[in-house]
Design a protein around this ligand. Structure first.
Ligand code: UD1
Length: 421
């Protein structure tokens, strides 16, 4: 398995171009199942999770072309299989996003249950509950969600908690249903808005996306469309944390600062200077960060996907930060690795108390999930000496050429390929 070797201590200076958002691109790729016409996408990041989704769609008969510069064309005119097999779903939970589109266009779907994952149980009961409310018959058979419906019917659905992929799945199911669907307690993430914007370009009738009540009036068919995927707010936030920890000044291009309010506020509290335009962010840091506690929340709160990276920043901050993880029950697996680098962190249930130390020391550490890996890279950039981050396949699922982007702003970071390792 590839690893990253980082020699800490270099300040970061220069420009980085932000990639398209993984979490917007995944449901958007699945939305191609909703029409027989071609969907053309720009700004699709080149990531393992995108490759997995294209393979999954390909198995079903969706033709796709992944060209240069993030352009992807998809055509689902000849779908011949309505199944998402375990071997693909187990590597990427977001595969569940084919359930809504398959069921609404073809009246049938067989999708492997994702099972547990490193950051917690993550059930899909709300996806199922919503589809049942729309008239689907759903059974769990041999580890698969087996769903059938002649034509889905609009319904009023209130999910028990705010769920991002749940809202996306139900929105994609509702666009071809008969009548009106209202999704109450809907997720408000920018990635939901991006998906809704594509669906509207395809002919869907959706209102209220970006709020917690989304109304969808079903139509008989959708058509082709072109869409540019929104910028990745988590990737952008990760680079800002890296500057906060290592010092320096960078400009992020093709960013979407309008989707990053809570993260930008928190980084300013930590002492970073931040200036934004419509699609760029300039940030600089010339001192030790200040400790800044936070609670993760649904959008527009502070994203759980930034928790690990902001924790890495706090490990070298002046003072003590109290961090509360509210969204997932087991999302502190980076803590033990950060402690191996000299961080002082105490965990009690969902709460982490981080007492900043003047400097971390490089170590060999192991990544356990996507954002945990990013936090270890940030720690490595700030640490004294050499850090090796192992198992970076997690990182490759969600960050496009991370080490190249960091090297381009002066980081001493190398990928060691499996053969050479
Ligand atoms: C999405 C993001 C992920 C992010 C998360 C929270 C994608 C592909 N992934 O994940 O990066 O960390 O949102 O912002 O967009 N839950 C249930 N039953 C359900 C659905 C969810 O109990 O049917 C619970 C989950 O276990 C979790 C909480 O609800 O505790 C929120 O999960 P959810 O928003 O669904 O996360 P994902 O959509 O899987």
């Amino acid at each position: 398995m590839d690893k990253l070797q980082i020699v800490g201590g270099n300040r970061l200076n220069g420009e980085i171009t932000v990639s398209g958002a993984k979490n917007a691109a995944l449901p958007i790729l699945c939305a191609s199942l909703l029409t027989a016409d071609t969907i053309t996408l720009q700004n699709v990041p080149d990531l393992n999770d995108i490759g997995t989704t294209l393979r999954l769609l390909g198995r079903m008969g969706v033709q796709s072309e992944h060209g240069h510069d993030g352009v992807v064309q998809l055509n689902a005119a000849q779908v011949h299989s309505l199944e998402a097999p375990y071997e693909l779903v187990k590597t990427m939970r977001a595969s569940i996003l084919v359930l809504g589109p398959l069921l609404s266009r073809f009246g049938e779907a067989r999708v492997s249950l994702p099972g547990g994952c490193a950051i917690g149980q993550r059930p899909v009961d709300q996806h199922i509950k919503g589809l049942e409310a729309m008239g689907a018959e759903i059974k769990i058979e041999h580890g698969f969600v087996v769903a059938k419906a002649k034509r889905l019917k609009g319904a009023s659905i209130r999910t028990d908690m705010v769920t991002v992929t749940g809202t996306e799945n139900l929105m994609m199911a509702a666009v071809l249903a008969e009548g009106r669907t209202t999704l109450e307690n809907a997720a408000r993430e920018p990635e939901i808005v991006d998906l809704a914007e594509l669906l509207i370009k395809m002919g869907a009738r959706i209102q209220g996306h970006g709020g917690d009540r989304i109304t969808i009036d079903g139509v008989d068919a959708l058509h082709g469309a072109s869409h540019q995927v929104v910028a990745d707010r988590i990737e952008a936030g990760t680079f800002l944390c890296a500057v906060g920890a290592a010092g320096g000044e960078i400009v992020l291009r093709r960013a979407a600062p309008g989707t990053m309010g809570a993260t930008l506020d928190k980084l300013q509290e930590a002492g970073l200077s931040i200036e934004c335009g419509d699609d760029w962010i300039r940030c600089s840091m010339n001192k030790r960060p200040r400790a800044t506690g936070f609670r993760t929340r649904e959008y527009p709160g502070l994203p759980t996907d930034m928790q690990a990276q902001l924790m890495a920043l706090n490990t070298i901050a002046d003072g003590t930060a109290v961090i509360v993880e509210n969204i997932f029950e087991n999302r502190y697996m980076h803590v033990q690795e950060l402690v191996r680098m000299g961080a002082q962190i105490d965990i009690d249930g969902h709460t982490a108390v981080v007492t900043g130390v003047p400097q971390l020391s490089g170590a060999t550490v192991m990544a356990t999930d996507l954002r945990a890996s990013a936090s270890l890279v940030i720690a490595g950039l700030a640490a004294f000496g050499e850090t090796t981050v192992e198992r970076i396949y997690h990182l490759d699922r969600g960050y496009e050429r991370m080490e190249e982007k960091l090297r381009s702003v002066g980081a001493n970071i190398q990928r060691v390929k499996r053969e050479a390792a």
